[in-house]
Design a binder for this molecule. Structure first.
Ligand SMILES: Cc1cc2nc3c(=O)[nH]c(=O)nc-3n(C[C@H](O)[C@H](O)[C@H](O)COP(=O)(O)OP(=O)(O)OC[C@H]3O[C@@H](n4cnc5c(N)ncnc54)[C@H](O)[C@@H]3O)c2cc1C
Length: 389
């Protein structure tokens, strides 16, 4: 097993790191406080080739691998969880999912605009009545001539109020070999589409969260993605990728909080000594460092497997489950190391803690990850039990 990064992975990471340090980091606190989406930075990321990382160059992407994408997720999570979440919804949930489902004409029409940043993307699955039970959709799509007519509503849609292009799941008639769910490309200008209320949240701020409304929304037949009725399989595959990369964001938030706490512990003096010299503080630092390393390896493994075209359902859920729990534990411990300052807004650690709390909910809750992992374990073929003599 080789843990060394390739020269192209290092190059993309260093380029992003420099951009994030110079352009995103100075605005991260403001993005959190003002809840303003930094569209100018998004546009710049488009020009730099970050918005279509794993999409082939012929469609405007950068043709990078998923290990590279995981490095960027972690780096982004260290700086601004809100902007990182919006980026993920655009680049992976919308653009990459669209790439993997779209026919040639759809790819040519939509991907260059998403990769360049001319258009912003969103992914609309969750509904008021169907969150964890994600295939139980009430939004319907009924074919009428050259259009599908969509009716219903979506909730908790990242980028909902600012996106131009939406990957939407809706219920179509159930067939003998289909679950009756289909995927569509919806443009915000389509008649019958509108954005509902914005939903305030406690973390990942600067990434708008909204309701969407479909009221006899006309979607041309050519905007059906893949085959009618086969949306559940598409949805599950797309969610695997989201889970692996959202886990990278959790590692980033934890790493940033840990680094802050480590430096603080070395400088803060009590009882005439730096608090880092107390073994109870050292225990917190050692535990945090170990958990972050373990989480990073889970993410790296899932993304490496993706690059090998392997099935990552179990690995993605293991990574997401562990990273979500790890990130909350680590960011909270980092607050503890900072004492009173940890609970105040003077330092960014409280922001990382608020950002980290999302990872156990978005992209499927931790409970759902446990169910997926258990299902995958049970269906694995039993191996011969070797009993040592
Ligand atoms: C900030 C944010 C961004 C989001 N972005 C998007 C987006 O861009 N697009 C999108 O489509 N969705 C998005 N979501 C929605 C997200 O995916 C859902 O919130 C999530 O899947 C959980 O669904 P729910 O909120 O309806 O919770 P529920 O499904 O109602 O779950 C409530 C509780 O019950 C538990 N539970 C449910 N079923 C079971 C079960 N079978 N066994 C055990 N426990 C169970 C859950 O684990 C949870 O603890 C976002 C959510 C947030 C908070």
């Amino acid at each position: 097993m080789n843990f060394e990064l390739t020269s192209s992975q290092t190059e993309v990471l260093e380029t992003f790191r420099e951009f994030a340090r110079k352009k995103i980091a100075p605005r991260a606190a403001h993005i959190d406080e003002s809840e303003e989406y930094p569209r100018d930075l998004f546009n710049e990321m488009g020009r730099m080739g970050f918005l279509g990382l794993p999409i082939p160059e012929e469609y405007g992407g950068s043709g990078a691998d998923f290990v590279t994408a995981s490095l960027i997720s972690e780096e982004f999570g260290k700086i601004s969880g809100g902007f990182a979440l919006s980026f993920g919804a655009h680049a992976y949930l919308c653009a990459y999912n669209m790439y993997s489902l779209a026919n040639e004409a759809q790819r040519q029409k939509y991907l260059p605009r998403l990769c360049s940043g001319e258009c912003l993307g969103a992914f609309a699955l969750t509904e008021p009545g169907s969150g964890s039970d994600s295939t139980n959709l009430a939004t319907t799509a009924v074919r009428k001539g050259g259009d599908y007519i969509l009716n219903g509503g979506k909730i908790f849609i990242t980028n909902g109020s600012i996106a131009d292009i939406f990957l939407v799941y809706a219920r179509t008639p159930r067939g003998a070999h289909s679950w009756g769910v289909s995927a569509f490309i919806v443009e915000k200008k389509f008649p019958g589409f509108s954005v509902g209320r914005d939903i305030p949240k406690i973390g990942t701020k600067g990434s708008p969260l909204s309701e969407l409304i479909f009221n006899n929304c006309r979607v041309p037949v050519e905007n059906l993605l893949g085959r009618e009725g086969h949306g559940v399989a598409y949805m599950l595959k797309g969610l695997d990728i989201e889970r692996a990369l959202l886990s990278g964001l959790a590692v980033g938030a934890a790493q940033a909080a840990f680094k802050f706490a480590l430096n603080y512990a070395k400088e803060r003096r009590q009882f005439g000594r730096p608090i880092a010299s107390f073994q109870l503080v050292q225990e917190m630092l050692a535990q945090m460092a170990t958990e972050i390393e373990a989480a990073r390896l889970l993410v790296r493994q899932a993304c490496w497997m993706l690059d090998q075209k392997m099935d990552i359902t179990k690995q993605a859920s293991c990574a997401k489950l562990f990273c979500a729990q790890m990130a909350v534990r680590v960011t909270q411990t980092a607050m503890q190391v900072l004492g009173g300052y940890g609970y105040c807004k003077e330092f960014p650690v409280e922001r990382f803690w608020r950002d980290a709390a999302l990872i156990g909910i978005g992209g499927g809750t931790s409970e759902i990850q446990k169910l997926i992992i258990a299902r995958e374990l049970i269906k694995e073929r039993p191996r011969k039990v070797m009993i040592a003599a």
